[in-house]
Design a protein around this ligand. Sequence first.
Ligand code: 13P
Ligand code: SF4
Length: 302
Amino acid sequence: MDQIETIKQLKKEKNAVILAHYYVDGEVQAIADYVGDSYYLSKLATTLPEDVIIFCGVQFMGESAKILNPEKTVIMADEYADCPMAHMVDTDTIAAVRKEHPDVCVVCYVNSTAQIKSCSDVCVTSSNAIRIVRALPEKKIFFIPDNNLGRYVASQIPEKEFIFHDGYCHVHKSIHKDELIQAKEAHPEALVLTHPECTSDVLELSDFIGSTSEIIDYATASENKTFIICTEMGIFYELGQKNPDKKFYSVGHRQFCPNMKRINLDKVLKALKQLSPEVRLDKELAEKSNLPLRRMLELAKS
Ligand code: 13P
Ligand code: SF4
């Protein structure tokens, strides 16, 4: 039996489902049962009937699936696939801001550890952050950890007061304005579609700003045939699948998340066979970090 057939067979035997983020390699997206952005994957995880979730993404995504589904077995395809941004803020910083601003609402980008979520008031993803922050009753927001996403959200909600943190995604930060200008000169007919983790000077040159799913939806619905894509290159797989007649260009060669790219078919197969490495969380931490994630899912409905 070939590798893909073995994966399918094992999925049935173990009553498992494979979830993948758009940034993992195309070969992994191709065998996944569901592929999506961070919001879709966390929402979906609460509705799945299978006992086992094999997560093809980074640590915080598997952790969120486990927090929202404590009774399920959540297995990481690679236990070392981790998002550096998730570790860029600490609990002391949150406590200090809360002390100085007792009326603050701590808004936590899901790209964060369970411990950070447990000290936050609400979680957001790149696709729902604006809607959720707007819906919050508090006027003062401490947005952690991503500075770029926080500033973008703030630019859309001028009526609120923001305190920013200095976290960032090294992949999106490395997409430079000058290189984008060169790409625009090389493809003047292209629309620029950008993830809000990019810096503000890149966002200013963009035609559309959105999460990975929103970028794919925008390109698919557009009558334009050429696009410059400012986010991680794994997204090109689904863009190509949905739009074989359209052209997609990157800005440079650094649009590559080494953590997402740790995952391959060998590791998915091994994870299914061994049902390991499993995401395990301390009960109290899981309960505390569940609240801001649930609040996000509730507010996102409004
Ligand atoms: P989205 O999936 O929300 O677009 O986020 C991108 C990202 O950086 C995930 O690590
Ligand atoms: Fe983290 Fe950036 Fe990789 Fe997303 S692309 S997992 S934010 S390092």
